[in-house]
Write a protein that binds this ligand. Structure first.
Ligand SMILES: Cc1ncc(COP(=O)(O)O)c(C=O)c1O
Length: 496
């Protein structure tokens, strides 16, 4: 005798009319779950659509819609004249859920990872390291309020009117040729770098560049000289490769090369932020740059220069890049559009020395193909039409004003509590806390007032002598800066 799915089935189907999920989808999901879990056995006949609709107080069309999806998936079959049945395919051998006690794996529920990831995952925080929306003094974000949305929208719309074979395809594997050319021209003219477009690879943000470089150049256990304190995202990429980070201290002149040599004369890679040290905000001196290049040459190591916000200098002269004085061919220069345009683009690039061009060509052509072609096309157009240069020039003024406001207001309101150090470039700087106030208490108390300041310890991979906060001024307008400093003053006074 054919079994029918009746009362028990109906009791377990829950339809929420207030949910934003369509009712047909809710019914489909509930029935699907019952079938896959075995709660309704194979061969069981389902109620007629009219009956089910009445019992569940939904329309018959809704039930037919849900049944059609289950039919299309092969979970039910319809037999003319006799009704709709749960399909026999569900009797086939199916993998058991991993939590099942019958599962014979060594550690049920725990997937086996690569040894590098087994080691790395516990070191990563489950929280995102980057902010989505700007709050007072947030770091890592540019001024959304000053972005030329109208120009951007016009160029975006124009992009989609291009020839279909240009805008719908996979795109060029190393990045759009027009964009590589535009970047090379920009770097030659504005960052003092002699380069050819063939050396430039377009990637999904600086972060992807760090991961690709790490996977191309690092073996587990390899040593990486890393600024301490230093950039969190780059640090995570190298940890993911199983690298051993050597915490090299940083002073006013940048990475302390002699200390690095004492800590570990052998290293595979050095990571530096010479134009605006992340997070301490110093510019690396020329002497240190030469010392680093020599140390890398001695150790046959590569250097990554992360020029994430060096375009925004406040003095008359641009801050020079390390790549512009590199005669060794060991420097890989990484750039991003996250600050110079906006982070949602997820667009960056790496400029690799000639010795690495073929390696990265093969890598990117074989398994990367990362950045949407439309994003590349729009940015190329934005640069070629001259909007990028104008935007950068204008933003230098905007950031200089915000920086000046932060420094002046801090001098006026935070005396003896937080000594905000002026910087010459970028979108953030540091403030040194009075010794009686800990970084942790300051960040926690500020967060309660809606102010996002970061402890320097967050950027550290080994203890440092610093006691300070990182303050972003790029995404905070002058009025918010003044109000934020006032709030910070009351928070810090209460803690002091
Ligand atoms: C030091 C540093 N480099 C690079 C980036 C940009 O990374 P991405 O291009 O992946 O957004 C950031 C972002 O905050 C950063 O702090």
């Amino acid at each position: 005798m054919v079994k029918r799915a009746g009362g028990a089935l109906l009791q377990s189907v829950r339809i929420d009319p207030a949910s934003s999920r369509p009712i047909a989808t809710q019914l489909y999901s509930a029935l699907r779950e019952l079938m896959l879990s075995g709660a309704i056995a194979t061969g069981v006949r389902l109620p007629a659509t009219r009956t089910l609709a009445k019992d569940l107080a939904v329309s018959r069309t809704t039930v037919i819609d849900a049944f059609e999806r289950l039919l299309a998936e092969g979970l039910i079959v319809s037999r003319v004249g006799s009704g709709t049945f749960v399909s026999d395919v569900l009797d086939a051998e199916r993998p058991k859920p991993v939590q099942s006690p019958e599962h014979s794996g060594a550690q049920p529920g725990k997937p086996k990872l690569s040894s590098a990831m087994e080691w790395a995952i516990p070191k990563f925080s489950p929280r995102s390291r980057l902010p989505h929306r700007p709050k007072t003094f947030v770091t890592a974000l540019p001024a959304y309020d000053a972005f030329p949305m109208a120009q951007w929208a016009r160029i975006s719309a124009g992009h989609w009117r291009g020839a279909r074979e240009d805008v719908l395809g996979y795109g060029e594997p190393f990045g759009l040729a027009r964009l590589r050319e535009a970047i090379a021209t920009h770097l030659r003219g504005n960052r003092g770098i002699t380069c050819e477009k063939e050396q430039i690879f377009i990637v999904g943000g600086a972060q992807q560049a760090f991961s690709l470089i790490g996977s191309a150049l690092l073996d587990p256990g390899d040593r990486v000289w890393f600024e301490n304190p230093g950039a969190i995202g780059a640090r995570n990429s190298f940890i993911a490769c199983g690298a051993e980070l050597v915490p090299v201290p940083v002073d006013r002149d940048g990475l302390m090369v002699e200390e690095g040599e004492q800590l570990s004369p052998e290293f595979r890679l050095a990571f530096v932020t010479p134009s605006h040290q992340q997070p301490l905000s110093h510019i690396m001196s020329l002497e240190r740059r030469f010392a680093l290049l020599q140390a890398a040459q001695r150790a046959s190591a590569w250097i990554i220069e992360d020029d994430y916000d060096g375009e925004f200098f406040f003095g008359r002269q641009p801050v020079p890049t390390l790549k512009s004085v590199d005669q060794t061919g060991l420097v890989i220069y990484v750039g991003t559009f996250s600050k110079s345009l906006f982070p949602a683009l997820r667009l960056g690039f790496m400029l690799v020395p000639p010795a690495l061009v073929e390696t990265f060509e093969r890598m990117t052509a074989s398994f990367v193909q990362g950045v949407p072609t439309n994003v590349q096309g729009i940015v190329a157009e934005f640069i070629q039409e001259g909007h990028f240069a104008t935007h950068i020039r204008r933003m230098r003024g905007v950031y200089a004003e915000r920086h000046a406001m932060l420094v002046e207001e801090s001098r006026r309101q935070l005396n003896g509590l937080l000594d905000v150090a002026p910087t010459e470039s970028g979108l953030h700087t540091v403030g040194w806390l009075a010794p009686a106030i800990s970084e942790r208490s300051a960040t926690e108390a500020a967060a309660k007032q809606g102010i996002v300041v970061s402890a320097i310890a967050r950027f550290s991979i080994a203890p440092t002598p610093h006691n300070g906060l990182v303050l972003g001024f790029g995404a905070t307008n002058p009025r918010e800066i003044r109000d934020g400093v006032t709030k910070l003053a009351s928070v810090l006074t209460a803690l002091a």
